[in-house]
Design a protein around this ligand. Structure first.
Ligand SMILES: Nc1ncnc2c1ncn2[C@@H]1O[C@H](COP(=O)(O)OP(=O)(O)OP(=O)(O)O)[C@@H](O)[C@H]1O
Length: 578
């Protein structure tokens, strides 16, 4: 009934839980005292001739006790919150750290919807486990023992009858738990599956509409939603049934005690006012256990969610390097290889040596390994074979933070967060001045546009949804330029951009390469024509390298690609491909 692993993991919450249990016991004592005083007052009222003074005392006493109960209960709520707050904070930060540890490839380990559900609702369920279920669990063990002695002082028979009924509730709970665990685990699987499917369908809605496949996905989604509904109903049915069982035990036990109590009273073995006191307190005998039963269902859900969280926390992370970069103007690859599936090499024995400042073009047919190389260079992909080093420091041993301080990667599609243009640019470089921000916007052809809007205060919606594809890309580029690092990796950054902006941006990239090492992947060879060095990849191998003219002269792959593109782009005037 208790998840020991959870308790061990969050051992710091034990103190607050113990305090909550202590306060619950204090409330029980106060409650018993108040009931005792009330019964005492009634006894005086009906049996004593000079009853005014003691009655007054009893009424005032009861009032004081109820007032104290109010403050104790308030404190209990606060402590219960404290017990769970630290748990939630610790679990959220651990999961967040883990996801960060997976890096940009976290999606390979965990689906986005599952991450959101786990970190949101899953952790909220843990709150109830720690703030309500655990304190109630310990309290419900102590309360019947305390009441056993209080009631026993008046009638041991009634006390024993009541005590016999109490363990039936935890027994019922334990019995339910044996099959409930599977039901809850399945519920969580269905829940995260349906969430993931929903998110994917939502993200791909435009594609589904274009190809008219939305009715098919609609049907599939309906099936998953139905499976989730059925599972939810199973959980609810199980909860309802177990509540009926627990109510039967609790109220059945109280009813039997009532009969025993009345019989003892009628036979004169028990004083009427003592019997009244016992009857009033008998509910407290079962209520803690009964309440434990209600918290138990929510706690089970929290435990099932916790199982998934622990599974995630147990996943291995690739360890970060320990070395800082000694410089970034020299990049050396020796027999660099990488395979996605352990079978075919996406990068195959690449060896090259490039020095900055310089523009290095990386070209090759589709699927030749250009983006894979960029991903390895920016540590988005780890586990390469051979060697890859900036100024002699192996990339796999380099601290990610150090790499990010030296290398800026920009791909064809970067996610733009919501916020003002100023906030976005400050994210790239918190020390950037307003003038530097405008300068970076000017360099990517966005200055006029934002000046006509609300300047740096222009609000960008989440995902850059109020910008065009090209504007989004240019804003990402402005951020990259502001980031100001010695190395830049641009992977098809101009693929989404109109011709005029492309020319300006390629010009900016060339200018940037006068002071930095810029690796520029572009399917459009004209963009890298002026590069100091061009690496030509094919099937993961470096097949040619050199300057544009040298490569044309060779008449190899580069030359063939150039000719094909020249034909395709002849409508642009042809002078670039002449
Ligand atoms: N995540 C992945 N999982 C498995 N294989 C992959 C993955 N990404 C790329 N590949 C494979 O690796 C090879 C190189 O792909 P890569 O994306 O690096 O090529 P590219 O030269 O950038 O192509 P393009 O110009 O079309 O973008 C291809 O055969 C591709 O199918």
């Amino acid at each position: 009934m208790i998840d020991k692993r959870l308790l061990r993991y969050f051992s710091e919450s034990k103190k607050a839980i113990a305090q909550v249990v202590g306060l619950k016991c204090l409330l029980l004592v106060l409650n018993s005292l108040a009931t005792g005083l009330m019964v005492y007052a009634l006894r005086l009222f009906f049996t004593e001739s000079a009853w005014q003074k003691p009655l007054c005392f009893a009424v005032i006493g009861s009032f004081v006790i109820y007032l104290s109960r109010f403050f104790v209960a308030k404190k209990e709520v606060r402590l219960a919150y404290r017990a769970s707050a630290s748990v939630k904070e610790k679990m959220r930060s651990q999961l967040f750290r883990k996801l960060m540890g997976f890096g940009v490839r976290y999606k390979e380990r965990l689906r986005s919807a599952e991450a959101v559900q786990m970190i949101g609702e899953g952790i909220d369920q843990l709150e109830i486990y720690f703030s309500a279920y655990l304190p109630q669990f310990y309290y419900s063990m102590i309360a019947p023992v305390f009441l056993f002695f209080v009631i026993g002082s008046m009638s041991w028979t009634v006390a024993i009858v009541l005590l016999i009924g109490v363990p039936l509730i935890p027994l019922a709970i334990a019995l339910i738990q044996t099959f409930a665990k599977k039901t809850f685990a399945k519920y969580w699987t269905e829940y995260t599956d349906v969430g993931d499917e929903f998110l994917e369908n939502l993200q791909g809605l435009t594609t589904l509409k274009i190809y008219g496949t939305d009715p098919y996905r609609h049907k599939q989604m309906e099936k998953s939603a139905e499976a989730f509904r059925v599972q939810t109903m199973r959980v609810l049915t199980m909860q309802l049934n177990s509540i009926i069982v627990m109510d039967f035990v609790a109220y059945g036990g109280a009813a039997i005690a009532l009969v025993v109590c009345l019989k003892a009273c009628m036979s004169g073995r028990l004083d009427f006012f003592d019997a009244l006191f016992i009857l009033l307190l008998s509910a407290d005998y079962f209520l803690p256990m009964r309440q434990l039963g209600s918290f138990f269902h929510i706690a089970m859900n929290g435990m099932a969610a916790a199982d998934r969280m622990f599974d995630l926390l147990a996943l291995e992370e690739e360890e970060d390097g320990t070395l800082s970069m000694a410089g970034a103007d020299k990049l050396t690859a020796k027999n660099l290889s990488l395979s996605y599936d352990g079978d075919k090499n996406a990068l195959d024995q690449l060896s090259f040596d490039v020095k900055g400042p310089q523009l290095v073009g990386i070209v090759g047919p589709s699927g030749s390994g250009k983006s894979t190389l960029a991903a390895v260079l920016s540590k988005q992909l780890k586990g390469y074979g051979g060697s890859l080093a900036f100024c002699g420091v192996e990339l796999s041993h380099t601290k990610e933070k150090s790499l990010l301080d030296h290398v800026t990667y920009l791909g064809a599609e970067s996610y733009i967060m919501g916020g003002s243009v100023r906030e976005l640019l400050a994210m790239a470089n918190p020390r950037a001045t307003v003038a530097a921000m405008w300068d970076s916007l000017e360099r990517v052809n966005l200055k006029e546009y934002f000046a006509a809007e609300d300047g740096l205060n222009t609000i960008i919606q989440s995902g850059g949804s109020n910008l065009s594809g090209g504007q989004r890309q240019r804003l990402s580029l402005a951020m990259a330029l502001l980031h100001d690092t010695p190395v830049y990796i641009f992977d098809e950054v101009t693929s989404n951009i109109d011709v005029e902006s492309e020319e300006k941006i390629v010009g900016e990239i060339r200018a940037l390469a006068e002071t930095r090492l810029v690796l520029f992947i572009s399917h459009r060879l004209a963009n890298v024509k002026d590069a100091g060095r061009i690496l030509v990849l094919n099937q993961g191998q470096l097949v040619e390298e050199g300057r544009h003219e040298e490569l044309l002269e060779k008449g190899g792959m580069y030359s063939a690609l150039w000719k094909t593109q020249a034909e395709l782009e002849s409508y642009r005037g042809g002078e670039v491909y002449a």
